[in-house]
Design a protein around this ligand. Structure first.
Ligand code: SF4
Ligand code: SF4
Length: 462
């Protein structure tokens, strides 16, 4: 028993502290279930501590303490084992490029360009019926959709409009060649990171640009619709802007559209500034921002080691999960690549399926990772997803809200992220905990949050 009692007491005390921190996180996230259960857990652990102290010399403790001791030791040992089964297949050689004209946003836009719509449906007659059904639905943020709000809704619309109007391709401007020599890569990258973090990004990655990162043909804008995407830049710089859980926790109501428009604007701002910086160094650079992408951001962010593409088919950042927006700058210059392996996210997606369970349009697969465009990857049924968006008038984000990786980047969630990086057993236990504390099924709001409450959350002292 030497030392066993102290170890058990120490473990119970640490667990109680962790539960209190969980409770504080639950309160901050307005998850009152997590708050109540965590405090109950902390109270039970403290009661266990007092009982252990009170009955320390009772004969029954000669049985209990060794059992608890070995249980806790086993838990710690198992928790620390760094092991995952087979490596994830990341073969990219046979990937077919994605045609941006097939993207749901591009197809939705064809409503305003009937001649392009006809052309597209001659190429894809199987998509005509569903596209025409979608065209009949209100645009996002327009009257007639479920979460329409004349005043607050105009924020998102205006933000997207400003973003679109601010787009000015650098390729249209004469090149600047102010320096006789090429820039120093390290100093340049340092300046890029300063700009990125100063103007709102929370992470930056660099990777080589590969052909499959590019769309095959442009599809979002009428002026270059169907043109082959030409971009021979060598390097892609990826910027990550996290979305605030203060908005995302109200998914799928209008608050999420506000936040995604905000983060699209923020990420575009960073990309434009960095592209301009590179231009001023005499380099050819392109900013890829919402509505004006030549590249697909998610696989670039994954290749840059910033996270992983998850079951919901979007990029999940290592700290902010899927609750992020991305922008990219491509440049004709070699920069030091960033790396990182986040395959543990892949394993977690295999067992979690919370996004699939909660998706109101059943657009997310419950099954194995499918093969399309010549490689194994997650993707969603974009027609079902987007039809739902148009009916409710927002970009939904229930999947993002439900994802355990979307929890705010606070101490307690960082500890859990570190825990699930190690092995599948930890992942199973963490998932059980997430289901218990935060619930398996989300409660979906049927109306917008009271705006004065949202204002209190974003500007508590004003
Ligand atoms: S909710 Fe679960 S399954 Fe879905 S993306 Fe997040 S971790 Fe993966
Ligand atoms: S955004 Fe909504 S509808 Fe689309 S996949 Fe996610 S949960 Fe489903």
């Amino acid at each position: 028993m030497d030392g066993m009692f102290e170890f058990v007491v120490f473990f119970l005390a640490i667990s109680a502290i962790f539960m209190v921190l969980m409770g504080a996180a639950g309160l901050r996230e307005q998850s009152y279930r997590a708050f109540a259960l965590s405090l109950t857990g902390a109270a039970l652990l403290l009661a266990g501590l007092f009982a252990a102290g009170w009955f320390r010399h009772a004969s029954v403790m000669n049985i209990f303490i060794p059992i608890l001791f070995w249980l806790f030791v086993a838990f710690i040992v198992v928790s620390l084992i760094p092991w995952f089964p087979n490596a994830v297949n990341t073969e990219t050689a046979d990937i077919e490029q994605f045609d941006e004209r097939d993207h749901m946003f591009s197809r939705a836009n064809l409503k305003f360009h009937p001649e392009l719509g006809n052309l597209y449906h001659q190429l894809h007659p199987e998509k005509k019926a569903i596209d025409e059904e979608i065209w009949k639905l209100p645009e996002l943020g327009e009257p007639g959709s479920k979460f329409y709000d004349r005043y607050v809704g105009s924020i998102a619309d205006s933000a997207f409009n400003i973003l679109n109007r601010s787009y000015a391709p650098l390729s249209d401007r004469p090149s600047i060649q102010p320096y006789a020599d090429m820039p120093d890569g390290e100093k340049l990258m340092e300046a890029i990171r300063i700009a990125a973090f100063q103007f709102g990004a929370m992470d930056v990655g660099v990777t080589q640009l590969q052909p499959h990162h590019l769309y095959s043909s442009a599809g979002r804008q009428a002026h270059n619709w169907g043109e082959k995407v030409e971009n021979d830049h060598r390097t892609a710089i990826v910027f990550v802007v996290p979305m605030s859980d203060v908005f995302i926790r109200h998914a799928p109501s209008l608050a999420v559209l506000l936040e995604s428009s905000h983060c699209y604007v923020e990420s575009a701002k960073v990309a434009h500034i960095v592209a301009e910086m590179l231009h001023r160094q005499g380099l050819s650079a392109t900013a890829h921002v919402d509505g004006h992408y030549e590249v697909i951001c998610a696989p670039l962010a994954e290749a840059a080691g910033l996270g992983h593409v998850g079951r919901m088919g979007i990029f999940m950042h290592r700290a902010y999960g899927p609750s992020v927006r991305l922008s990219v700058v491509t440049v004709d210059f070699d920069l030091q690549e960033t790396t990182g392996s986040h395959e543990y996210m892949e394993y977690f997606c295999n067992i979690c399926k919370k996004c699939a369970d909660n998706c109101p349009s059943r657009a997310i697969s419950q099954g194995e990772k499918p093969v399309s465009r010549g490689f194994v990857h997650w993707s969603v049924d974009q027609e079902s997803c987007y039809t739902f968006w148009r009916k409710i008038g927002t970009d939904c984000a229930v999947c993002i809200r439900s994802c355990p990786f979307s929890k705010p980047d606070t101490l307690v969630h960082r500890v859990v992220r570190g825990y699930i990086r190690r092995n599948p057993i930890n992942q199973r236990l963490a998932l059980l905990g997430d289901d218990l504390f935060y619930g398996r099924k989300l409660r979906i709001p049927t109306r917008n949050v009271k705006w004065k409450n949202l204002l209190k959350d974003i500007a508590p002292n004003r």
